[in-house]
Design a protein around this ligand. Sequence first.
Ligand code: UDP
Ligand code: MG
Length: 324
Amino acid sequence: MKKKMAMLSIVLPAYNEKQNIANTAKVLSGLLEEKGIDYELVFISDGSKDGTFDEIIKAAEENPRIKGAEFSRNFGKEAGIFAGLELTAGDAVIVMDCDLQHPPEVIPRMWELWKEGVEVVEGIKISRGKESLPHKLSAGLFYKIMSKLIKVDMNASSDYKLLDRKVVDVLLTLPERNTFFRALTFWVGFRTETVEYEVQERQYGESKWSFWSLMKYAVSNATSFSTLPLQLVTVMGLVSILFSVGLAVQTLVKFLMGTAVEGFTTVILLILIIGGFLMLSLGIIGHYIARIYEEVKGRPKYIIRRVTDTVQGSVTGMWKKEIN
Ligand code: UDP
Ligand code: MG
């Protein structure tokens, strides 16, 4: 039996979500108070330019269970999630979007599962909600590639999940800079259950993902989570070796039979094909070198510019002089 009442922390990364903060804070605190769950809400403003952090400060003044931090610039949702995890104190932590697309009604079910001893509760989407066609297509392509590469079905999985304190602590000790939260929780293991939910419509504002940002995210996650593209280079090499053996035999036979002058087309094609393969391979290797370069630099995942008064103690990634 737990001695003191268990606390649930909720991490909410927010990028230009000014209109959502107050409403989301109200909906979540209302729900958790009604269910008698001890809680804290941790909002991370990911370098927002629309005054999102002022809204967070306002919310924190009204409700001391609300904390927040603001990044010095936009570091991306992954960084927001990890900064949020760092600031939590709860025995269990839920990560969700702050636009209420992840329905809060699922929280009590996740919480019940956690109380039964489940350490990771994965939120699984049963529908992707209403999205524009280009978004649907690019997201579809993105998840297909990702699922293949990391061998986890990514199409239904999401960043909406509950993690036990143990799991949060493990995630926070991972030294890598390029993280892929959604897949890392599969990688760390632990006792996992799933909860299905239906993606809701966005409350206010619009989606922060463009086609290109999704593609960039896909490539960055693929290279940070899988070395399969590198093995692909080897496969391409093998294929061209097999091909060239065939051609070599043909060329030699022609030469020996004294009919060897033709074949300019073949030469052009060979240069083009092999040139293409080589450049593609260099590109793939280049991506990995870039990853290694970024990791080796060892820069922090994010820089925190300021925090709300409700945040106590020192904060990782924070400009040290500001800490009281
Ligand atoms: N987000 C973030 N940093 C970014 C982009 C998005 O913190 O650079 C947050 C955003 O505020 C939201 C969540 O990530 O809470 C999901 O983003 P969004 O709703 O735009 O994505 P979608 O639901 O359309 O996939
Ligand atoms: Mg959203």
